[in-house]
Design a protein around this ligand. Structure first.
Ligand code: ADP
Ligand code: ASP
Ligand code: MG
Length: 426
């Protein structure tokens, strides 16, 4: 008998029929003797619908007061799906109860729309589990010290589930979704992508941070910090499949790097269209320039990702970096009105039609020439690289967004990721 946390994403909770399926699956685990906590997302499309209503009413709104109301609004999606799931479980003859984040409570900081979980009180949940109940807890939300409802950022139910699993010291956290595991890249972009049976925690962390939305990055960080056994699997298998078969399906996030994993140089490809590029042109090439530009950006609480500074010509240089697309206008405005005049920069230009494509693999540590293979594969497709950034286990390039899918497919081929698993001994 184990304590298991299940998480079901929006598509998995997308209709009453699907919620019934989830309930039957959970009931199967409960009847097998496991203590069950279930964390659902809002029904698919619901969070977008709610945020769309807010945008209609207040298109230009921003700030803390607005952020608070956004969270108040968005959290209702998960409240509804959780109640529906508890009812569906009761209809299956299972004693079930649902709680919102504030009822547990899941305590967070007060950074509305992107709050971080600080602690989870497990007393109420434990008492219910001891009484034999299945406990359903809303994903995506918590409560701050002032008693305000907060949400954890898009995709945040993954993080709720892993954090709850950590707080309860659960034996495993199973993330049920609309694909049957973590693939070498998004299977919706590359149909030849392969499911990985295991992926190392470090690689999963990079994949998530570089754009693979199958797990929210913070959920992977939590899993690493508290060593929560984590598995990604399909919610679309028949609910009554053999429990042991289900429990070993999908992709396991492992904390040990086994010998086989070292053999694949590149394990996966991630991409995102979330960033925009900004260049400050013709700034004097002298000490303190990077600080003057990026310091101002940091002071405005804007995160910067890839950075490059060109070699100087006639004592002048160009300085480029990327920010999240949501911060693009704000950053451009800040640079044009404050930073560029002070530095006597020639111009500030921006481009939102970029994307970042990354190769990820712990095998890159022990192999040289991986990045140049990447650059060659892109050049063979005629794709121009605008920026490059590397770390021990990843190389990212910024390219024109219209070539994103072409680049991902070319790299997937170049690094043999479509080969059968046994050829690669993954
Ligand atoms: P959920 O609603 O269950 O949280 P998400 O849409 O957040 O589901 O995440 C699942 C989606 O992630 C898949 O449908 C897939 O398109 C996408 N995805 C991106 N990269 C990967 C990858 N490497 N492996 C699997 N799925 C991926
Ligand atoms: N419903 C929220 C979202 O769409 C949280 C989640 O699904 O994980 O982002
Ligand atoms: Mg998700």
């Amino acid at each position: 008998m184990a304590l298991i946390v299940h998480k079901y994403g929006g598509t998995s909770m997308g209709s009453t029929e699907r919620i019934r399926n989830v309930a039957r699956r959970v009931a199967k685990w409960h009847k097998a003797g496991h203590r069950m906590v279930v964390v659902p997302s809002a029904m698919s499309g619901e969070t977008n619908r709610l945020l769309g209503l807010a945008k209609e009413l207040a298109p230009a709104a921003s700030g803390r007061a607005y952020g608070r109301e956004l969270d108040m609004l968005a959290a209702t999606g998960e409240q509804a799906s959780s109640a529906l799931l508890a009812m569906a479980l009761q209809a299956e003859g299972v004693d079930a109860v649902s709680y919102t984040g504030w009822q547990v409570p899941v305590r967070t900081d007060d950074a509305y729309t992107k709050a971080r979980i600080e602690s989870i009180d497990d007393a109420r949940v434990r008492a219910d589990l001891d009484a034999g109940k299945v406990v359903v807890i809303t994903g995506f939300q918590g409560i701050d010290a002032g008693g305000n409802i907060t949400t954890l950022g898009r995709g945040g139910s993954d993080t709720s589930a892993v954090a709850i699993a950590a707080a309860l010291k659960a034996d495993e956290c199973l993330i049920y979704t609309d694909v049957d595991g973590v693939y070498t890249t998004d299977p919706r972009v590359v149909p030849e992508a392969r499911r990985m049976e295991r992926v190392s925690f470090e690689e999963m962390l990079e994949m998530a941070s570089l754009g693979s939305k199958v797990l929210q990055i913070r959920s992977v960080e939590f899993a690493g910090k508290y060593k929560v056994p984590l598995r990604v699997l399909s919610s679309f298998t028949p609910w009554d499949i053999d429990l042991n078969e289900e429990a070993t399906s999908g992709t396991l996030i492992t904390f040990e790097e086994d010998a086989d994993m070292e053999r694949a140089v590149v394990s996966g490809i991630a991409f995102n269209r979330d960033e925009a590029k900004i260049a400050v042109l013709g700034v004097p090439d002298k000490p303190g320039i990077a600080y003057q530009i990026l310091g101002a950006v940091a002071d405005a609480k804007i995160e910067v990702d890839v950075i490059i500074q060109n070699v100087s010509k006639d004592g002048k240089t160009d300085f480029s970096f990327t920010v999240h697309r949501n911060d693009f206008e704000k950053t451009l405005d800040l640079l044009k009105t404050q930073v560029a005049p002070a530095l006597q920069a020639a111009d500030v230009v921006g481009d939102t039609r970029i994307c970042k494509v990354s190769i990820v693999g712990i095998g890159m540590r022990s192999h040289v020439g991986v990045a140049s293979r990447m650059f060659k594969a892109l050049s063979d497709e005629g794709i121009n690289i605008q920026m490059i950034s590397t770390s021990e286990i990843k190389t990212s390039v910024v390219i024109d967004e219209k070539y994103m899918e072409l680049a991902v497919r070319a790299l997937h081929r170049e690094f043999d990721l479509d080969q059968a698993a046994d050829t690669l001994k993954r």
